[in-house]
Ligand binder design. Structure first.
Ligand code: NAD
Length: 255
């Protein structure tokens, strides 16, 4: 990741913060983006001088465009985008027939439209950079990494808007991969199983033990368990991998 410029959304804490720290340890410059600026600044301070904290609303097109422009102004390029921001643990779980249209729209706007808008804003710059290069074959591959969820594989009651939004992320990943391949840009998704972050600790009682018995590996997942897959998908080791979804859940479900 040396000299790579990485944008991570939803990086005020949890998985996003772990991605920021992991990419920075691997040598990347990291734009730490979140609606929660104080949290983003805290993450950036943990990363050090190769970090930039930005207040970004992924559901707002102007905000995502500004995010991409600011990163280009600071570092001149964008190599990797991690679409991690989401409405997750704050969702009130209820039967699908009791979810209001406003609740449905909020989850879809952030979790699905947000990934599309951020990629739209960033891919433009990635494509331009590759078009401007006369030696395209030597150009490093642009990388888009979308954070879905393993819950899509099984379905999950009482939060159908969340599951649908994360299922949409997988479809979006495949479609965008087909469009961006010709520009040497890969698009892949990670589907984490239940992972111990502050958000999920607040979500259910006994979170430490949740689902452990169903896994092939008999322990809970931590944010750090997901970072390695993100680094792989961002590195040249995965240059011929695109449109894929990697489930990282300790073997709770095999597809
Ligand atoms: N923790 C888990 O068990 C788990 C499992 C599967 C998938 N995921 C996914 O992983 C990602 C991170 O999860 P987490 O546990 O760290 O949760 P989290 O709630 O800590 O992280 C989500 C972040 O997104 C930010 N955010 C929300 N709306 C935003 C907006 N409009 N614009 C910009 N930022 C916004 C929040 O401020 C927060 O920092 C999410 O996409 C989540 O759906 C988590």
């Amino acid at each position: 990741m040396k000299e790579k410029v990485v944008i991570i959304t939803g990086a005020a804490g949890g998985l996003g913060r772990a991605f920021a720290l992991g990419f920075a340890s691997a040598g990347a410059k990291v734009a730490v983006c979140d609606l929660n600026l104080a949290g983003a600044e805290e993450t950036a301070a943990m990363v050090g001088e190769d970090a930039l904290a930005l207040k970004v609303d992924v559901a707002d097109e102007a905000s995502t465009e500004q995010m991409a422009r600011t990163v280009i102004e600071k570092w001149g390029r964008i190599d990797v985008l991690v679409n991690n921001a989401a409405i997750y643990a704050t969702i009130q779980r209820k039967p699908f027939y009791e979810i209001t249209v406003a609740e449905w729209d909020l989850v879809m706007n952030v979790n699905l439209k947000g990934a599309w808008l951020c990629t739209k804003a960033v891919a433009k710059h990635m494509i331009q950079e590759r078009r401007a290069s006369t030696a395209n074959s030597e150009m490093s591959t642009g990388k888009i990494i979308n954070i879905s969820s393993a819950t899509v594989m099984s379905g999950s009651p009482m939060w159908s808007h969340y599951v649908a939004s994360k299922g949409g992320v997988i479809g979006l990943t495949r479609s965008m991969a087909k469009e961006l391949g010709e520009f040497n840009i890969t698009v892949n998704a990670i589907a984490p199983g239940f992972t111990l972050t502050d958000a999920s600790l607040n979500l259910i009682e006994n979170a430490q033990k949740y689902g452990v018995e169903r896994g092939a590996i008999k322990r809970s997942s931590t944010a750090e368990d997901i970072v390695g897959t993100a680094l792989y998908l961002a590195s040249s080791a995965s240059d011929f991998v695109t449109g894929q979804t990697i489930v990282v859940d300790g073997g709770k479900q095999f597809l």
